[in-house]
Design a binder for this molecule. Structure first.
Ligand code: NDP
Length: 283
């Protein structure tokens, strides 16, 4: 009797962000739960702008077990948790919070693992000696720089609207590899092998002006943003002849799978999830 009632209580998880309506995380985690036989609930929380602790405490006070954190709260989440993994410490940003048995909150960052798994396993890209450009210098960029540098690219340039944020990230990671920073209108005019778009400009319907010369004959353009239709950056990349154009849905699945594994100790099948959940318009 007791066992049955315990089994029927689902463990509570959520994603918090602002905006949050577009998030596909609930569908993804529900599919992972079905695949692995785990009993979970997973909701979307519209976080209070400038008051992340209020929204996070409210969720955990109501028996929440773990949170995914999306923009603009990854830096606030970093300050909220009691302990940090090395990934989160180096990134200075947290996208996954795990409530531990003693009630402490452990913060980690699965964005870098998610991106690298998608680039290497799904897209079969080799990054060694390649020229990489990241556009944007927010929480997502902070999470992906270290794993990218670990692949020993020829160079990594971060371009951002607010120059000092790109400079701060480049300075922070400079011991790990060849990393440069610049403002959006001073991107070095050369072709890159991989261009990662990591801004939230499209969420405000703002179109970036980028120099076409950064796309060469072999360039892969990867938008961390995902959408049911081609994003503005993907449309721009197509117009300028990029050979490989990808959105961030694969990264989303891989970073979610890593969070799920940390919470539940079971690794979901992301290839099956990709086939099942990927928007049909983008296949
Ligand atoms: P942040 O809010 O931390 O950072 C936003 C970034 O976008 C900053 O670099 C900011 O520049 C830039 N930006 C915002 N508006 C404009 C604009 N109008 N023009 C130029 N630049 C602008 O967001 P995140 O780093 O967390 O997320 C960035 C993107 O990556 C989002 O689209 C998010 O959905 C996506 N993402 C996808 C993931 C996935 O799994 N696929 C995982 C994580 C993120 P400034 O510093 O000047 O303000």
């Amino acid at each position: 009797m007791q066992q049955n009632s315990e089994q029927s209580i689902s463990a509570k998880y959520a994603v918090i962000g602002n905006p949050i309506a577009h998030s596909k995380s609930p569908e993804i985690h529900q599919l992972f739960a079905d695949q692995t036989g785990e009993n979970i609930s997973y909701e979307k929380i519209l976080g209070e702008k400038y008051n992340f602790p209020y929204s996070a405490n409210k969720f955990f006070d109501a028996d929440g077990q773990g949170l995914n954190v999306t923009l603009p709260f990854k830096l606030e989440a970093f300050n909220f948790v009691d302990q940090l993994t090395d990934f989160a410490k180096h990134a200075g940003a947290v996208n996954t919070i795990i409530r531990q048995d003693n009630g402490d909150y452990l913060g980690t960052n699965t964005d870098g693992i998610g991106l690298l798994r998608d680039l290497k396993k799904t897209l079969r890209l080799q990054l060694r000696d390649k020229k990489i450009l990241i556009i944007g210098a927010g929480g997502a960029t902070q999470g992906i720089v270290e794993p990218l540098l670990n692949e020993k690219p020829a160079g990594l340039t971060i371009a951002n609207r607010t120059l000092h944020k790109a400079e701060t990230i480049a300075k922070h990671f400079k011991k790990m590899g060849d990393i440069q920073s610049c403002s959006l209108n001073q991107i070095p005019e050369q072709a890159y092998d991989l261009i990662l778009h990591a801004t939230s400009a499209a969420l405000q319907n703002h179109e970036l002006e980028l120099p076409a010369v950064i796309i060469g004959t072999q360039t892969c353009c990867y938008d961390l943003l995902y959408s049911d239709t081609a994003t503005p950056f993907m449309q721009w990349a197509k117009k300028h002849g990029a050979t490989q154009i990808v959105d961030g849905f694969g990264m989303l699945l891989e970073q979610a799978a890593e969070s799920f594994y940390l919470w539940r100790g079971k690794r979901p099948d992301t290839t099956m999830a990709q086939n099942y959940l990927r928007p049909k318009s983008l296949t």
